[in-house]
Write a protein that binds this ligand. Structure first.
Ligand SMILES: O=C(O)CCC(=O)c1ccccc1C(=O)O
Ligand SMILES: [Mg+2]
Length: 369
């Protein structure tokens, strides 16, 4: 049994080393909500809300998440006695959606349980890999600048490259990259920039033999994605469309994708992420682990998740230094020979730098049982 005695919220702001550009939004200053839960024995666990300041990726924002946490989710979990992180996830499921806000606190509870039991989070969830494959995302830019960024990343050891595309910047830019690096594992993420009207444009990308195309259509275009996948030989990967196990089930049933990206925040927590992972394994759908321009806390969770055996495709797992001058964890995440080591220490396996967190905190709140 676990009694949660205290919850601390830190609304932080960190400058990205480079602004991150998609067709919808440019992120330069990254706000996050870092969540610390403490039990009655003095153990504590950390989680992170990966919503953005504006609702460009999903409908949540940092402020809606703050509201949900303070008014509903913290009061729901701070009074009970919990047998497992899953039980906390189920208690939160009585409230609708708001997946990233839920995930932020649910993750902290997973870290807390693993720390109390003195096992690494990876081991706690059945992870087997000692290291996981890294991957890099190159934000939208001119083809020349994207090519030179890709060159540096390849030198740093990344073997899988993802680029952002939209209808004004797709085939030609991808062709330039493919011609320069014919052997690189290349995928394109459209973040819903297309509709079925663009089917010829998308079909034209088939000749590039991309690893996959990520989220070409809108988040709720689950039926349209199935139509598109029938026409394309390139595998479709869903990102924004999958925010629950139910969504994953529908997508598989309809044939809306051949690959799925799993992000703990997007799907409302680690328990849901594991459920989606298991469902995909049952249906031979390869999965990979996404990223959210997150701090080291959420990244640590994604590293633990990616240590499960069926994460066969390198994810958006990059070094801390690709995003931040300084990360909130010690040591920071590093990529060596294209891999990230899965930490073996208890819980997330990184020390959380609370002194640094205090420095970047814009708003703080503490809740007692
Ligand atoms: O490097 C990362 O953290 C992932 C970059 C990325 O593509 C992304 C970042 C934030 C939100 C959505 C996405 C996405 O996968 O669509
Ligand atoms: Mg994506």
């Amino acid at each position: 049994m676990m009694k949660i005695k205290k919850v601390d919220l830190f609304l932080t702001s960190m400058k990205l080393v480079q602004p991150f550009r998609t067709h919808q939004e440019t992120v330069a200053d990254r706000q996050s909500i870092l969540v610390k839960v403490t039990d009655d024995e003095g153990h504590s666990g950390w989680g992170e809300v990966v919503a953005f300041s504006s609702p460009w990726y999903t409908e949540e924002t940092i402020e809606t998440a703050w509201h949900m946490l303070t008014e509903f989710f913290i009061p729901t979990i701070i009074q009970g006695e919990w047998k497992s992180p899953r039980e906390v996830n189920e208690a939160l499921s009585r409230w609708k959606r708001n997946q990233m806000a839920k995930a932020g606190i649910e993750m902290a509870v997973w870290d807390l349980f693993a720390k109390r039991d003195s096992v690494s989070l990876a081991e706690y969830i059945g992870g087997v890999r000692k290291e996981v494959k890294a991957g890099i995302v190159v934000s939208m830019d001119s083809p020349e600048r994207m090519l030179s960024t890709i060159e540096s990343r390849i030198i740093e050891g990344y073997e899988r490259i993802k680029v952002k595309i939209d209808p004004t910047n797709d085939y030609e830019m991808l062709k330039v990259i493919k011609d320069a690096y014919p052997d690189i594992a290349l995928l394109a993420d459209a973040n819903s920039a297309y509709s079925l009207k663009d089917v010829e444009r998308l079909k034209n990308l088939d000749s590039l033999k991309l690893l996959m195309i990520e989220q070409p259509l809108a988040a709720d275009d689950i039926v349209e994605h199935a139509e598109l996948q029938k026409i394309l030989s390139t595998p479709v990967c869903l990102d924004e469309s999958i925010v629950s196990l139910h969504d994953a089930r529908n997508a598989i049933k309809l044939g809306s994708c051949k690959v799925m990206s799993i992000k703990i925040g997007r799907v409302g927590g680690l328990a849901n992420a594991i459920d989606i992972y298991n469902l995909c394994e049952e249906h031979d759908i390869p999965v990979w682990c996404g990223g959210m321009l997150e701090t080291g806390i959420s990244r640590a969770f994604h590293i633990a998740l990616a240590s499960l055996p069926n994460f066969t495709i390198p994810g958006d797992l990059s070094a801390s230094s690709r995003y931040w001058e300084q990360d909130v964890i010690i040591p920071e995440v590093v990529v060596e020979h294209g891999n990230v080591k899965v930490p073996e220490g208890p819980g997330i396996g990184f020390k959380v730098d609370e002194t640094f967190i205090e420095q970047i905190t814009k708003r703080k709140a503490t809740f007692h049982a």
